[in-house]
Write a protein of this length. Structure first.
Lengths: 489, 273
């Protein structure tokens, strides 16, 4: 590939003259980033920034995290060549960085273990998280269980329906899952609700943000925690092929797996970087989640970046078959890499992603997440462009077990009788859906009426009781404390 | 990040319409009452009528909310109202119409808005059009002065008030820099949390008002959680103004304009005790 030379620092990058692109560490990435947050959060962001900077420079913290990754996550993750898959993509060599083999099934664990360790170091006892597909929520619940932290996960109600199995996984791990019923009832609204919780409970609570978005220091911190993906993959490709790849491809929602694998290659001028956004029904239809391709600069969730918005600056609802990419914004560092031309971003439609998903299943025996399948579709295109001499590195960011239900419907893999309770996953569903859960719904009424809102025996009160089943007395399944009740809302 | 904030047209200069309204209330005895309603809820005409009714019943400063898709500082009552306004076809330009009609009462009218709609409109254009409509300035819940250089300049050029927030978690340094960046008053968030009705406003608020004044603020108004006349009277005992939102929005939703007027009258009696 005739890659253009990356822009020189000191020109359009906003970096000091001569500085490497990989040295960018916020709060701003060019004109993007910053801290557009309520004043109440500024002290917490300052504290977090200082704590992370100090921990990241502390060899003992790094050693503890590395050891956890070695003995718990399963790092380093392997690099798998995919020749039968690659044959469908022009014959270029395709290598898969197998983040799907990490504990919990995606790259998300890299970030949550780091932030959970940091939470302990800051002396906080509770973490909150937002989740789309449920991957980050499951990873957060896992880290919280491992490190003995209370964990509350906010999840758009529509996503709890699309990803019911992950809701069950989080609850099994001891986390409280709060379905969010406001707005579009997806990831962006879960993020809003998590921010509201954080404002009210910042003394004892760390917001374990799941992607490279949000106010500084989150974009930088989350990227640093995922950087290991690219560092490992770069060395692995060098060892296997004897040279760097021509192109590195990854799917981009908020953009954490992509930043994780891109970062090690930012200053390799001959390595192209390609982010695949969720094209939904096609960017031209308006039903998509391609914030860079189809969005405009603006402020959302604490940072200036690219986002889907209307003429009034109202956030536009995103659409994607993949809950994990169904987000109308993107991390500010990606917006910067796009603006400077160092990385390219293109949309992949739902259909293209599903076809790529099935192809990898049938040619390599690997079931990828639908999110990841967007990257695979991009890899096929890049392979065709490069031809047999090309080398394509794909971040296989997650496994697809959670998506088998969606795939079964999409490809009509099971009979109608098997899908008695089924509804078309591509259709927005009516309000009161199949999701059964005892939780209070954020922004809505409690589902199990009869529990007093305040006072003795209230949800808040009972929330202090252990919910792991080891408590005396009857199992109190429905008594998870709704976080919405904290902070006196 | 403690970026130095340069404040063109430093606090105290110019003719703060909000500041004048608060000072007039102080001379009258007690504190100013600041009442919030979102534009377009339940519809544009009714929201304007309700805001005018608040003024008739004793609200000194009107705070018109610009409904936004992602209101992270708002609790359930205001979230629901904003969502209803958006579903009802609210457009940002409706705010300017509402400002014009409410400002005609003679009350100081501030707009409370999340930052992205202003970015999208254009900061300079927004400042110019707001001033032309008779608006007094902006309250910006998700814009801290550190990120607001363009707004500091635009508001100075258009002679508009800038109301930023301080919180119980703000450091003395931030209380000082934020107070210096404000014009009109400093918005003290009574508790760590979002907008909504609370049983008690708590001692944090009084401490925060004292610290903010010590950091150089000329006027400090307290918001978040105040809903009753008793609470208003209590806050009026230590602050320059009492900001009420959710209780008024709820009244409008439940009982219409007449109900808003009744709640406003009750609160106005509270701040004047």
């Amino acid at each position: 590939m005739s890659t253009s030379t990356p822009p020189r620092a000191g020109t359009a990058t906003g970096l000091p003259e001569g500085a490497a692109l990989s040295s960018a560490s916020g709060p701003y990435f060019g004109e993007f980033g910053g801290r557009f947050v309520p004043e109440a959060l500024v002290a917490a962001l300052d504290e977090l920034d200082a704590a992370f900077t100090q921990a990241w420079a502390d060899p003992s913290f790094r050693a503890e995290l590395d050891e956890l990754h070695r003995t718990y996550t399963g790092r380093p993750s392997i690099l798998t060549e995919a020749p039968r898959f690659a044959a469908h993509g022009g014959g270029a060599r395709v290598f898969l960085k197998r983040e799907d083999l990490n504990h919990t099934g995606s790259h998300k664990i890299n970030n949550v273990l780091g932030q959970a360790l940091l939470t302990k170091r800051m002396g906080k006892t509770r973490v909150i998280a937002e989740t789309g597909a449920g991957q980050h929520g499951v990873a957060s619940a896992t880290a919280a269980a491992l490190l003995d932290l209370e964990c509350v996960v906010y999840m758009g109600e529509r996503d709890t329906e699309r990803q019911a199995l992950n809701v069950a996984r989080m609850r099994l791990l001891g986390a409280e899952v709060v379905p969010v019923r406001t707005g579009s009832r997806t990831l962006k609204d879960a993020l809003n609700e998590a921010m509201r919780d954080w404002v009210a409970n910042v003394d004892d609570t760390h917001y374990l943000l799941g992607t490279v978005a949000g106010p500084h220091p989150f974009p930088t911190m989350v990227r640093e925690l995922h950087r290991v993906i690219g560092e490992e993959a770069r060395a692995q490709v060098l060892e296997r092929v004897g040279r760097l790849p021509d192109v590195v491809v990854a799917c981009v929602g908020g953009g954490s797996n992509a930043m994780g694998i891109f970062h090690a290659f930012l200053d390799d001028a001959d390595v192209a970087l390609l982010g695949l956004e969720a094209g939904g029904d096609g960017v031209a239809t308006g039903r998509h989640a391609s914030s860079i391709t189809g969005g405009a600069p603006g402020v959302l969730h604490g940072a200036r970046s690219m986002l889907l918005q209307d003429d009034d600056g109202q956030t536009v609802e995103s659409h994607s078959i993949s809950a994990g990419l169904d987000y109308p914004g993107v991390g500010p560092e990606h917006a910067w890499l796009a603006a400077t031309g160092r990385a390219q971003y293109r949309p992949v439609t739902d259909d293209e992603a599903m076809q790529a998903m099935r192809l990898l299943c049938r040619t390599e025996g690997i079931i990828p997440a639908i999110e990841t399948a967007h990257a695979l579709a991009g890899a096929l295109e890049e392979g065709r462009r490069l031809g047999p001499d090309g080398v394509v590195l794909v971040n296989l960011s997650g496994r697809g077990d959670k998506d088998v239900d969606t795939a079964a419907r999409w490809f009509d893999l099971v009979s109608d009788e098997d899908l008695v309770a089924a509804e078309d996953v591509r259709t927005d569903r009516a309000d009161d859906g199949v999701h059964a859960g005892p939780d209070v719904v954020a922004g809505g009424e409690p589902r199990d009426e009869g529990v007093p809102e305040q006072g003795p025996g209230s949800r808040t009160d009972r929330g202090d009781a252990p919910v792991d089943g080891s408590a005396d007395g009857p199992a109190d399944d429905g008594a998870e404390a709704p976080t919405g009740a904290r902070g006196d809302r | 990040m403690t970026a130095a904030v340069t404040t063109p047209g430093a606090a105290g200069t110019g003719s703060s319409r909000t500041g004048a309204a608060i000072d007039a209330a102080r001379e009258r005895g007690g504190a100013a009452l600041v009442g919030y309603l979102p534009v377009g809820f339940p519809d544009l005409a009714t929201s304007v009528e309700a805001a005018r009714a608040m003024v008739a019943e004793g609200v000194d400063v009107v705070e018109l909310g610009l409904p936004y898709s992602d209101p992270v500082m708002d609790g359930p009552v205001i979230q629901a109202a904003a969502q209803a306004a958006l579903e009802g076809g609210f457009r940002v330009r409706d705010v300017l119409t509402a400002v014009e009609q409410v400002a005609a009462t003679g009350a100081a009218v501030l707009v409370m808005t999340y930052w992205n709609p202003v970015v999208r409109y254009g900061v300079d254009a927004w400042a110019r059009d707001l001033a032309a409509a008779g608006g007094a300035g902006l309250i910006t819940p998700d814009l801290i002065p550190d990120e607001g250089q363009d707004w500091l300049e635009a508001s100075a050029a258009a002679d508009l008030d800038r109301v930023f927030l301080v919180a119980p978690s703000s450091t003395p340094q931030r209380l000082a820099s934020t107070s210096a960046a404000c014009r009109g008053f400093v918005y003290a968030a009574s508790t760590m949390g979002v907008t909504g009705v609370r049983a008690s406003v708590g001692g944090d608020a009084e401490r925060l008002v004292r610290d903010t004044r010590a950091a150089g603020a000329e006027r400090v108004c307290v918001g978040l959680g105040v809903s009753t006349a008793d609470q208003a009277a209590e806050v009026a005992g230590f602050a320059d103004g009492v900001i009420v939102g959710s209780a008024l929005v709820r009244a409008l939703g439940d009982g219409g304009v007449r109900s808003v007027g009744a709640v406003a009258a009750d609160l106005a009696a509270g701040v004047r005790r």
